[in-house]
Design a protein around this ligand. Structure first.
Ligand code: HEC
Length: 254
């Protein structure tokens, strides 16, 4: 029998009141919880990626020393990110539960707050590179999301220990283990996330780690020559296109 049918109630329980009881049994089963948590985790990752892409697409504007007020507000970022998100997320809008919608709204609020808090920097005339890059935007947005919704869910970006630039992004023991035993393994399917229900801060939590790889556009900072200082002041990692560069880590408390 295919696994998809494993949770179906026995035929004699279908229909009428028995059917309802069986349905409640399915809805509250751990397997169902994991499926909805997985959907939420993907949605949060997709929204974070959309926000980063918008910051990336606006780098030339943000770093233009000739323009003062750039009109790149939190509201602009969120509306551009929403368009990308709708296009990317396969199940966007469909069957999103009240909880998932609430948490996605909190995430958008977090992203909006971060861009709004950086208006003075972003609109600084006479300054070129401002350091408001996708990775910084992501870290600050994830911190703000933790303040808004941290008792329900968390999202962060981490990396293999030898690649981590910001110590706040160092992997925890679970992330480190998955990166080294799964993602670094020769046979791990590229891009495949790892999920597990484990205890986190004393509570059962659904965890997802989603590997990310360097693209050509990352290499001006994370590429070669290794050790050379990049525009942000960090030494380059010597990474190559396609190398594992980091991972998005999501926690959904049960
Ligand atoms: C303009 C230079 C620059 C580019 C381009 C860049 N990064 Fe980074 N990246 C940084 C900096 C600086 C940080 C540390 C940000 C912070 O303070 O949290 C960082 C952080 C990260 C992190 C978080 C873990 C850590 O090291 O702190 C990951 C993962 C990452 N970058 C991957 C990528 C990927 C993948 C790309 C391309 C899609 C990319 N970066 C493009 C400069 C860059």
């Amino acid at each position: 029998m295919p696994p998809a049918f494993a949770a179906a109630p026995p035929a004699r329980l279908r229909g009428g009141a028995f059917g309802l009881i069986a349905l409640i049994g399915i809805v509250s089963s751990p397997a169902y919880a994991a499926a909805t948590d997985m959907a939420l985790a993907f949605d949060l990752a997709e929204m974070l990626r959309a926000g980063r892409t918008v910051v990336s697409g606006n780098q030339a504007l943000i770093n233009d020393p000739a323009i003062g007020d750039k009109g790149f507000t939190g509201e602009v970022l969120v509306s551009e990110a929403e368009v990308l998100y709708e296009n990317r997320a396969a199940a966007a809008g469909a069957d999103t539960s009240e909880r998932d919608q609430r948490l996605l709204e909190a995430q958008k609020m977090a992203m909006r707050q971060v861009v709004d808090a950086h208006q003075t920097d972003i609109n600084m005339e006479g300054v070129g590179f401002k350091g408001f890059i996708p990775a910084v935007f992501a870290r600050l947005s994830n911190d703000a999301f933790k303040s808004l919704a941290g008792s329900e869910a968390r999202i962060r970006v981490t990396a293999p220990p030898d690649l981590v630039r910001n110590r706040k992004s160092r992997p925890d023991a679970w992330e480190s283990e998955i990166i080294s035993t799964k993602f670094m393994g020769a046979d791990w399917p590229k891009g495949e996330p790892y999920t597990e229900v484990v205890e986190y801060e004393g509570r059962p939590a659904f965890r997802m780690l989603l590997p990310e790889y360097y693209l050509e556009s990352c290499l001006s900072c994370h590429g070669s020559p290794k050790g050379e200082t990049d525009i942000t002041g960090y030494p380059k990692e010597g990474g190559k296109e396609g190398d594992l560069g980091g991972a998005i880590s999501i926690i959904v408390f049960q």
